[in-house]
Ligand binder design. Sequence first.
Ligand code: FRU
Length: 488
Amino acid sequence: MKHLALLVVAALTISCAYKEKISLEQYRPQVHFSPQHNWINDPNGLVYLDGEYHLFYQYNPYGTTWGHMSWGHAVSTDLVNWEELSVAIEEYLDPTTGDSTMIFSGTTAVDVNNSTRLCTKPGCLISIYTSHLHRDNQGLRQHQSLAYSNDKGRTWKRYNNNPVLDIDRKDFRDPKVFWYPKHEKWIMALVIPDLYKVQLYESKDLLAWNLMSEFGPAGDTLRIWECPDLFELPVEGQPGKTHWVLSLSGSHPAGSTFVGMQYFVGEFDGTTFSSTQTQPRYVDFGKDYYAGIVFNNIKDRTIMLGWVNNWTYANQIPTSKWRGMFSIPRELGLKETAAGLRLTQHPVKEWALTHVEELKSISELQSQTFELEVELREGGGIHLFKSGTEQTTIGLRDGKLFLDRTKSGRVDFHNDFSSVESVAIEPKPEKLTVRIMADQSVIEVFTADGLYTITDQVFPTHTNPGVEVFGGAEVKKIWNSGRKELIN
Ligand code: FRU
């Protein structure tokens, strides 16, 4: 009994210390996933299996900047509270050549029929990733390889006959693999980044791949293409009507110009993706939404999450023992607008779990983690995280929604960080209702039925919620937000 009591006291002490640590660490988001330690970039292998959402991600087990890329791993039962597990698939050395292979971005699929014969029983997890072979920090070759797990992602083995797809190219990466039931086959979409091409392959067993078609160059080709995804979405208000969406990310050359994700709406017939779209369409209009992909093996909804960062300054953001976080998981849809079909994004319904309490007044806000619904008027807006001359401003000007982070606090760590994002809202509104999720060093804004989002990082030098409206903006709803383990 005495031992039990001691154990309980010890557990409470540890858990309190843990709470303190998370809540007090500067810039640590409380309701967005960030790793306890080290660097992360792209989400990888998003998959749902037996009640668990798996979030794998590009992870450096040895430091807070990019390197030694491996797959980190976290799981959740509700898409909000994540448990970080040990590294899933690690960078490895070839014992004969001494060359290292990093585990770049890719997918995880549930091999329901044991088509690979790698499952001890049907339904094991197969990850298909880019094996990035390099020597002295120089990329030599990128090919696609497999690893498999028979214990729900806790331990992984690399397939003996890797790579499974090699076209003898230095840049050839980011396979997204999904099951296409109509033809009972697997599809892989991946990019040749420097040629702005997405290639589509098919396979019966995930091991032997056959090239079917190519898409691109098209849309925005200002920056190399990375991290493609291909998925079918329902059209809002038109039961039974669907279209296919090809999404991808584009970045790398430094500069403050637009960086992020674009998408194409079109058709996929099992072999070819086609789109009549001529102008680029963007997923998010902020600077910090990248490499988003959707979950595999979820039946009734399509959920994407992205890396909240930007390659231009990703390695320099002023966080301490960790670097990088993931966005709110977003449920995707399509909506017919005057300008044609557009992607819609809404925080998953589970995001309501982050609400601690609804408040009556902004003066009751306690921290920099909160959610607001605000009605903006032309010429007006709202300051967040305001203290003295420091502030981040969201407003409506000339029919454009904008987020201004030029005075948001630490902007000194990179010349291109200070920026104003904006997007023209169609049709031009006099009033606009926005949902704002603020979480220490990230702000996500959703508006117009999810047709526009802006995701930006900010690094205030103080901890005040600092919310102040101007120009007739009205705050309609206010929540204190937080994470279960921080609140209970
Ligand atoms: C995108 C990316 C991918 C690559 C990974 C490497 O952010 O450049 O193309 O697989 O990061 O970490």
